[in-house]
Design a protein around this ligand. Structure first.
Ligand code: G6P
Length: 613
């Protein structure tokens, strides 16, 4: 969702805020703003559009001051425009606030404040909070942090906020509930942000605020943390493990392309120290003694959203097939509200790249409340989901900046594959030779991903054939059915072409009605076990003049001859094919989107990390 950045120290705040906002822009990019404090008071600038537009607007007269807050927005309440952009000021203009999340009872609070004579400029929930803090402060003559604490007690919803006040310079007050906030600690300076990406170039020492905690950072008194209930906390300082280079495009046109090309490395990183072919070993240290619990579980429930939900579906195929444990995959948003039956015999696994998705987090909380073992497969270290779980495994894909997820997906699938192997071995449900073949082949997958990437130019050529179509259908079977869903999602997300993924056999029950010469059908045809059936599905498409793009294995003959275009991937063991078959679909979507002139890294209306419901 939105991105927050704030600075307090001895440097000029403005350039740090702008640079930080650019780093955070992947979180939201419909408007941006800053407020900087100096001896003359607070100076706020807000602009609809990208951070660059804000910078151009401020242009040659950047505000001076050594404390400030900034925000890049993904609109919830109120359309994206200059007025609704953050920071929002209190009625007397002395206090400014940036906010991520949603204040659910803002209408009630607003009505009460209006009765007290407050007037509002914007349509946002955030402005209401700025006025509420001011009202609480004025009534009780309270210090800023106390006013923030009392105001937040009246708030229902989710928030990460940073507040700055001209009456109390040399101080910032921050708080979080269900929306992340990280505080970087430098030498006599503090960097606050909604994730670590703008902080890493300044300091590696960070504190992750916990839910319902308030932090005060002050040039005189350092950092103090307490809860909303007024209990003093001792903050734990973490060391960031992230490379600055991973936040740069490194010569690629877009982060998404860079991240697609990183996959040989990121898949290898997800397996580092976990797979040993010589010793025929797979181990997931982070899950430790929970492996026995999973083996004995009544069932595994995977909760996730978006692309992570698709990787969960692949996990279902692999774990059920290899380890014979029942798996259910649920949209976190549905699971959390449908009063699901969960017991302490269940294991719930949350899959999330960001580790911050509001619905996934809430689904996991619910599972924990009901006594289930709560595990996580997460990319962002120290994220909320990672901290909530009983145990888990990081995928180690590094920061993913492109809004459309690519390397996180393959990292998740690699991890779920390892999990299926660990469980299958422990339960004795897998033939030892087959286990060994899968382990050896999995270790070799990064090399095979390299090979798929060599077909880049051919995939680009095919993209040209599809770029002006209005619809596309993706078909797959078995563990490649979720890959079809993921391929369709990628196309929708970044090129705005309507696309649907279907199990290949299900085409006859509806989507076949759509097929004519205008309809490209992308078929994943790498499953040996269902080869003839997929060939029949392709014939059905051809008979109705659809254009077939088939993803096939290198030595394939029959389907390649039938298809209008064939994309070849190296042969591998069938359960591992998703790790290869998804790569051409990512590239295809990427090139189609570029050819259509779309902003691939920042597609319209989407956000990288969905921290509101
Ligand atoms: C958003 C992103 C998707 C992502 C989904 C789940 O919709 O745009 O790319 O798959 O959230 O995010 P998570 O961080 O939980 O994997």
């Amino acid at each position: 969702m939105c991105g927050i950045v704030a600075y307090l120290g001895s440097q000029e705040a403005y350039p740090l805020l702008i640079k930080g906002l650019k780093r955070l822009e992947y979180r939201g990019y419909d408007s941006a703003g800053i407020a900087v404090l100096n001896g003359e008071g607070l100076k706020a600038y807000k602009r609809k559009g990208k951070v660059q537009e804000l910078e151009d607007f401020i242009h040659s007269t950047p505000p001076l001051g050594k404390a400030g807050i900034g925000h890049t927005r993904w609109a919830t309440h109120g359309i994206p425009n200059d007025i609704n952009a953050h920071p929002h000021l209190s009625g007397n203009g002395k206090l400014a606030l940036v906010h991520n999340g949603i204040i659910e009872n803002y209408a009630l609070l607003k009505a009460a404040l209006e009765k007290e004579g407050h007037h509002f400029q914007s349509d946002t929930d955030t402005e209401v909070l700025a006025h509420l803090i001011e009202e609480v402060q004025n009534r009780g003559q309270l210090p800023l942090e106390e006013a923030v604490r009392i105001a937040l007690k009246r708030v229902v919803g989710a928030y990460a906020i940073v507040v700055i006040s001209q009456d109390e310079p040399g101080k910032l007050v921050a708080a979080r509930k269900a929306s992340p906030l990280v505080i970087g600690i430098g030498k006599q300076e503090f960097f606050l942000a909604s994730d670590a990406t703008p902080i890493i170039e300044h300091t590696r020492k960070v504190v992750y605020l916990n839910d319902e905690e308030i932090a005060v950072v002050s040039l005189h008194d350092g950092m103090k943390v307490k809860t909303i209930q007024n209990e003093v906390q001792t903050p734990f300082i973490h060391e960031l493990d992230m490379e600055l280079e991973s936040l740069e495009k490194s010569g690629f046109d877009y982060f998404m392309l860079k991240e697609i090309y990183e996959q040989p490395t990121t898949i290898a990183d997800s397996m580092r120290g976990r797979i040993n072919v010589e010793e025929n070993l797979v181990r997931l240290g982070g899950l430790g003694n929970h492996i026995d619990k999973i083996c004995q579980a009544r069932r595994i429930i995977i909760v996730a959203c978006g692309t992570s939900w698709h990787s969960g579906l692949i996990g279902e195929y692999l774990i059920e097939d290899l380890a014979r444990i029942q798996v259910e995959v649920e949209y976190a948003s549905e699971f959390r509200y449908r009063n699901p039956i969960i017991t302490d015999e269940d294991v719930v696994i949350a899959i999330s790249q960001s580790g911050e998705t509001a619905d996934t987090l809430a689904a996991l909380e619910l599972a924990k409340e009901k006594g289930a073992t709560a595990l996580g497969i997460v990319n962002v270290v120290g994220s909320s989901i990672a901290r909530l779980t009983d145990a888990g495994a990081y995928i180690h894909a590094g920061p993913e900046i492109g809004v459309a997820s690519t390397k996180a997906f393959t990292g998740q699938v690699a991890l779920l594959t390892m999990l299926a192997l660990v469980l299958a071995k422990k339960k004795g449900t897998i033939n030892p030779d087959y286990f060994h073949r899968l382990v050896a082949e999995l270790a070799n997958i990064p090399n095979k991903v390299e090979k798929v990437l060599e077909y880049d130019a051919e995939i680009k050529y095919i993209a040209r054939e599809i770029k002006d179509r209005h619809n596309a259908l993706y078909l797959g079977r078995g563990c490649n059915f979720p890959v079809a869903l993921e391929g369709a999602l990628k196309l929708k997300e970044i090129s705005y072409i309507h696309a649907e993924g279907y199990p290949a056999a299900e085409m006859k029950h509806g989507p076949i009605a759509l097929i004519d010469e205008q309809m490209p059908v992308i078929v994943i045809a790498t499953n040996k076990s269902a080869y003839d059936k997929i060939a029949s599905n392709i014939q059905e498409v051809k008979a109705r003049k659809g254009m077939v793009i088939a993803v096939v294995t290198e030595r394939d003959k029959a389907i390649s001859e039938m298809a209008d275009f064939a994309i070849r991937i190296p042969d591998t063991e069938e359960p591992l094919t998703p790790l290869l078959s998804v790569i051409p679909l990512q590239l295809l979507s990427y090139y189609i989107a570029v050819m259509r002139g779309c902003n691939v890294d920042q597609p319209r209306n989407l956000a990288k990390s969905v921290t509101v419901e």
